[in-house]
Each structure stands twice: as structure tokens, then as C-alpha cells.
Design a protein around this ligand. Structure first.
Ligand SMILES: Cc1cc2nc3c(=O)[nH]c(=O)nc-3n(C[C@H](O)[C@H](O)[C@H](O)COP(=O)(O)OP(=O)(O)OC[C@H]3O[C@@H](n4cnc5c(N)ncnc54)[C@H](O)[C@@H]3O)c2cc1C
Length: 408
């Protein structure tokens, strides 16, 4: 065992996993965490329940500016069934599947159990944890392969290798403010431009404020010249705009667009597509259109959409003029959301962009720019949709980095 420890910076999902796997080899591991308690994103995740993993994973749903192939290799380096087993057997957190969503949560439904059990495992494996320690710089030391890690209180720690697991820029109150990204950049890494992802959208003038609180299942499509994005899931009207998993999943398309016109976000409000609505309207000769709509949509939304389509509330389906029917079907199936902005990093669940994946070895997560430096988790240029995909990325890359650093 070398005298100098492996230093892990950041005790979030990726950092604690890296520390556990590095320490499991018998190496000395020091985990430095800026906040008083660490793991704050785990605590607030999944509405306080922590969606630890998805039941199934589709690598094509991740977003990166780097090579999707490299992303895939990193992601699949720790197969999902093995990750589940790790939580159940080693961390000691039983997972339960939520059938409607395909998400895995701790059986206790308490995010705190996930964070505390991971920390307990880290301690059992001999990881030394230092809280209230904010790292501001990492530099190679003179001797081959050694490092100096300096914190804001000017304390310097010598390290045999360094794992940077400082997250991105989302929800800075949890401790991730981008310092790690700056450290990686100073050490010569390329950063793909960062942006808030999985964040609620805003609509100037709050045209849908009267619908605030209405939630439903929708399909959303954000078309693009190259790769459009589609999502199906919950949609929530808020006082300021739109939220819910389906909105968050496509929000990066809006965030990265230069203006509203640049990125339409189209909503199909129910399971019925245009052809199904045409058939439904054609088949209903009597009864008000609004009554028909209410069979498939929340009452308040049915009324609002009818009004937006310019169809009088007292029309029956049989009385609909051809142009009214066309506008109504368009409104019901390709409604262009009048978004004008987004909630930014304050509410973003993750950060898009980050350290280019091509600059780390996909097997060990060791920097190709600075040997002995390892990067894992949200600091890397990748994020996935809602549903446990982002923790999956953090656990998989954290484990690979921990093992990689220990094997060096
Ligand atoms: C509200 C919310 C809900 C979410 N829910 C889910 C969910 O249910 N399922 C899911 O899969 N994903 C979810 N996510 C996303 C998930 O939390 C992140 O993808 C994941 O936590 C990233 O892990 P990380 O370890 O890379 O970064 P982080 O969790 O951000 O951890 C980074 C750590 O590094 C520390 N740090 C930063 N800079 C320094 C420094 N200079 N010195 C020392 N320490 C430092 C920070 O304090 C922090 O503890 C959610 C995110 C949010 C914001």
C-alpha cells in the first residue's frame, strides 16, 4: 500500500461509489467533501424517495456531444442487474420496482437510507471522509504520478491519484458549483459547453396560470433538423410554465435553442393521435364536443383547449365545421407549447455538456490528458432522461474510476 492515498473529490453518488470501489482493493482512500454532510442530491432526488435505477436501460436515450459509442461503453461497463445486486447485497438497500413508471426506489421510499447506507459501506471499507473541505486546486506534484490537492483553507493533501467527482452546475445549493469543471479545464481538459438539463420551462405572461396544478400523461415531441427528442410521461402546469417528467426530458432542446421559434415543443395531450381523434369526432354525432374531450382530458384543460382552438363550447361534434375540426385536432395532438424560457440551473436535475468523453479511457475513466487523474459522474459530458438514468451513470462511472485508480 502506497503512503499517499487516492483522493476522491466530492461525496455525491459518483464520488462515494468511486471511494467504495477503490477502498475495496485495500488502498488508502480519502474522500473530500465541501458540504457539512454530503450526498445532498441523493437526499432530494426522486422527490425525497431517490429513484436509484431504472428497471431497464436504453443507452440511446442519453445525450452527449461526445461519441455515443464511448458513452455506451462507459454506461454498460456495470450491467444493470449487477448494480441492483450491489445495492441489495453490499449496500444493504432493498429496491422495489414502481410498476407504472419502471423506476426502482428503495423499499423504504427514503432517499436518506440510500445516502446513509452508501456512506456506511464506505466507512466499513475504510474510506476516510473529510467534510467542510472545499477543494480549489489540483496540481501534479514534481514526482512522477503524484498530486497535490489544495482546499480553500489552504490545507494541502498529497495524493497518489485523484478522482474528480464534483458534479456539474445544477442545484448549486447541493454543493456543485462547477469548481470541478474549472479544475479539469485548468488541467487541460476540453469542456463541451454546459447547460441546464431536465429543467422546467417558463412561459412569459403565464398564459396557462389558471391551469396551474393540472397534471396528466402526455406525449411530447421536440423536432430538430438532426435528432428530434420524444418523451411520454407526466406533464404539470405550473404558475410560471410547465414541468413534469415529459417536459423535463425534452427541456434541453428548448434550453439550447436560440429563441422560441427555433424550437417548437409539440404536445399530444392524450393517448389519441390525430387519426384517432378524427375517428372519435366523426363517430360522435350527438353531445357536446367538450363532453367528448373530457373523456380523455382533465375538465379544465378540455375547456381551455377548446377555447384556444376557437371552437365554441356549445358545438356538438356533428356541428363542427371542417376548419374547426382541423384546428381542434391540431390543438389536441400537435399543440405548440408557448414556452419562452427555462428555470435554469436552480431547478435543473442535471447539467448537459462537461468534460469530453473522448478524453478519458472508457474502461478506467483515467484522463488521457493527465494520467493519474480520473473523472466520473455528472462532470462528464452525458446525461440521461428522468427515471434513474442519471444515478445509473454516476454509479457506473464512479465504480470504473474507483477501480481504475486503485489498479494504477
Ligand atoms: C432535484 C433532483 C432530483 C433528482 N432525482 C434523481 C433521481 O431520482 N434519479 C436519478 O437517477 N437522478 C436524479 N437526479 C440527478 C442525480 O442527482 C445526479 O445525476 C447525480 O447526483 C450526480 O452525481 P455526482 O456524484 O456526479 O454529482 P453530485 O451529486 O452533484 O455530487 C457532487 C459532490 O461534490 C461536492 N463538491 C463539488 N465541488 C467540490 C469541491 N470543489 N470540493 C469538494 N467537494 C465538492 C458537492 O458538494 C457534492 O457533494 C436528481 C437531481 C436533482 C437536482
Amino acid at each position: 500500500m502506497g503512503a499517499e492515498p487516492i483522493v476522491v473529490i466530492g461525496a455525491g453518488a459518483a464520488g462515494v461509489t468511486a471511494a467504495i470501489f477503490a477502498a475495496s482493493t485495500g488502498r488508502r482512500v480519502l474522500l473530500l467533501e465541501r458540504t457539512r454532510d454530503g450526498g445532498r442530491k441523493i437526499l432530494i432526488s426522486g422527490g425525497g424517495r431517490c429513484n436509484v435505477l431504472p428497471a431497464e436501460v436504453d443507452p440511446a436515450r442519453y445525450v452527449t456531444e461526445s461519441s455515443p459509442n464511448t458513452l455506451r461503453k462507459m454506461l454498460l461497463s456495470w450491467p444493470l442487474p449487477e448494480q441492483r445486486e450491489f445495492f441489495e447485497r453490499e449496500v444493504g438497500t432493498r429496491l422495489a420496482l414502481e410498476l407504472e413508471t419502471g423506476k426502482l426506489f428503495p423499499a423504504s421510499n427514503k432517499a436518506r437510507d440510500v445516502r446513509d447506507s452508501l456512506y456506511a459501506l464506505a466507512w466499513r471499507r475504510g474510506v476516510e471522509m473529510r467534510f467542510d473541505t472545499s477543494v480549489e486546486d489540483v496540481q501534479p506534484a514534481g514526482t512522477e504520478g503524484s498530486w497535490r490537492v489544495r482546499s480553500t483553507d489552504q490545507v494541502e493533501v498529497a495524493a497518489s491519484s485523484v478522482i474528480v467527482a464534483t458534479g456539474g452546475l445544477s442545484v448549486p445549493a447541493t454543493g456543485s458549483d462547477g469548481t470541478g469543471l474549472m479544475i479539469a479545464k485548468r488541467l487541460g481538459h476540453t469542456l463541451h459547453p454546459t447547460y441546464p438539463a431536465l429543467t422546467p420551462l417558463l412561459a412569459a405572461g403565464a398564459p396557462h396560470a389558471p391551469l396551474a396544478g393540472v397534471s396528466l400523461e402526455v406525449s411530447i415531441h421536440a423536432p430538430a433538423r438532426k435528432n428530434g427528442v420524444s418523451a411520454r410521461g407526466g406533464f404539470l402546469f405550473t404558475h410560471r410554465g410547465y414541468s413534469g417528467p415529459a417536459v423535463l426530458d425534452v427541456s434541453h432542446m428548448a434550453v439550447r435553442a436560440e429563441g422560441r421559434a427555433a424550437q417548437p415543443i409539440l404536445v399530444q395531450w392524450s393517448l389519441l393521435d390525430a387519426a384517432a381523434w378524427e375517428r372519435t369526432l366523426a363517430g360522435a354525432s350527438t353531445g357536446l364536443v367538450v363532453t367528448l374531450l373530457r373523456r380523455h382530458l382533465p375538465d379544465r384543460l378540455a375547456g381551455a383547449l377548446l377555447e384556444e382552438a376557437g371552437v365554441p363550447g356549445d358545438r356538438s361534434a356533428a356541428q363542427l365545421r371542417r376548419d374547426e375540426r382541423a384546428r381542434l385536432v391540431e390543438t389536441l395532438t400537435r399543440y405548440s407549447l408557448p414556452w419562452t424560457g427555462d428555470e435554469g440551473y436552480k431547478k435543473a436535475e442535471v447539467t448537459g455538456g462537461g468534460v469530453a468523453l473522448g478524453e478519458v479511457d472508457p474502461r478506467t475513466l483515467e484522463s488521457r490528458v493527465r494520467p493519474g487523474l480520473f473523472l466520473c459522474g455528472e462532470i462528464l459530458d452525458a446525461f440521461g432522461p428522468i427515471g434513474g438514468y442519471n444515478f445509473l451513470w454516476a454509479w457506473a462511472t464512479g465504480r470504473a474510476a474507483g477501480r481504475g485508480a486503485a489498479a494504477r
